[in-house]
Design a protein around this ligand. Structure first.
Ligand SMILES: [Zn+2]
Length: 64
């Protein structure tokens, strides 16, 4: 049984932890992504769903 904590890393809020130690996270932008817990806590994995990468581009696009 794994404890689910509301923890936020970067833009990702951890929603749930799977049995294989991967984490279901919700990004600030609303995307749900799965990340390896090890990578996330080590900071070697991106702490966003990837939207930061496209932010500069997204700013130029009007939202619906
Ligand atoms: Zn995002």
């Amino acid at each position: 049984m794994s404890k689910v904590m509301q923890k936020k890393i970067g833009r990702l809020t951890i929603l749930a932890e799977y049995e294989d130690k991967s984490l279901m996270c919700k990004c600030d932008c609303g995307n749900i992504v799965t990340r390896s817990r090890t990578l996330l806590y080590n900071g070697t994995s991106s702490s966003s769903c990837g939207c930061l990468k496209g932010k500069a581009i997204a700013l130029g696009i009007s939202r619906k």
